[in-house]
Design a protein around this ligand. Structure first.
Ligand code: 0GY
Length: 290
């Protein structure tokens, strides 16, 4: 199958903003290559191959020191490509896996050894067929015992529907891309207000303030996304994470320049202290504590 979407930019610009030492790209993926690590038969899209060597080259070029590699739906619950990258990164990468409830203790221990520190539950219908809440509960119990956290990816309208389940999760929970707000709505309106309330009332919640390229309606330089990300960075400075989202699956309108994705940081984190928390302290605490 050919890739369905745009491929990542092979020649990003050098960022103007210099990342602080120890910075973590806390949201990126590995895709294949498909002839070595085949894509899952149940996938809803086929990406461009984007292997570990390209990810590590981008890390060094942009000025990041470490990565958090998040399992994407096109690899299903087959974490081999991600684990292969973690091992090759030699301590400079951590992973977030997808597992099924019948995963064995030995498989979880192997994932932990390789550097996995979380599982991802994806509720986005164009990517997966979401399961009932009960499906996820045994997984949560198992991974909580390992000290891992849960990453959830959902769209703004799902939040009210899954509120009771989401707020009952006992582990740290990281939400991808600010819960995908509709950025044409006001930042102080009821939709984003519910997400802010989730963060406010449930201190186990963290948010990735990622993916301006995915959330924007106006396009680069993503002015319309700034107020949402900046609001979270300023209100919850110790529970926000940032990353590239490389290689940007499922984008049709434009493929972002990863240098410009780095240059988005000073617009949403306007002091050196906020930037250090966002890029270094917070991801280190969540992913490299043990
Ligand atoms: C992202 C976003 C997307 C894809 C996935 O797992 C995935 O396939 O997360 C998307 O299409 O919005 O975080 O990469």
């Amino acid at each position: 199958m050919d890739p369905d979407w745009l491929c990542f930019d092979p020649n990003p610009s050098k960022p103007t903003y210099q990342l602080p030492p120890g910075s973590v790209d806390a949201h990126c993926h590995i895709f294949g290559p498909g002839d070595v690590f085949p894509y899952a038969p149940e996938r809803k899209y086929t990406p461009c191959d984007a292997g570990k060597d390209k990810l590590f080259a981008l890390r060094d070029f942009l000025g990041y020191e470490r990565n958090v590699i998040v399992q994407a739906t096109c690899h299903g619950a087959d974490n081999r490509a991600m684990v292969d990258a973690l091992v090759a990164a030699d301590g400079r990468a951590r992973g977030v896996a997808t597992v099924r409830p019948d995963v064995s203790d030995a498989a979880l221990a192997e994932l932990h050894e390789a550097g996995v520190r979380g599982v991802r539950f994806n509720f986005v219908r164009r990517l997966v067929d979401p399961k009932p809440d009960a499906y996820y509960l045994p997984i949560v119990e198992r991974i909580a015992a390992l000290g891992w956290h849960v990453v959830i990816y959902f769209e703004a309208q799902d939040l009210a529907q899954r509120w009771d389940f989401f707020t009952s999760l006992p582990t740290p929970v990281v939400v991808d891309h600010m819960g995908r707000p509709d950025v044409t709505k006001p930042v102080d309106g009821p939709e984003f207000g519910l997400f802010v309330r989730l963060m406010e009332e449930h201190p186990q919640y963290w948010s990735k303030v990622t993916c301006p390229e995915r959330l924007t309606v106006s396009g680069p330089p993503y002015d319309d996304v700034v107020p949402f990300a900046r609001h979270l960075v300023e209100r919850f400075p110790d529970r926000v994470l940032y990353g590239t989202d490389w290689p940007h699956p499922n984008l049709k309108s434009h493929m972002p320049d990863d240098g410009k994705i780095v240059d988005f940081v000073p617009r949403i984190a306007t002091t050196e202290e906020l930037r250090h928390k966002l890029l270094v302290d917070n991801p280190t605490r969540l992913y490299w504590a043990g």
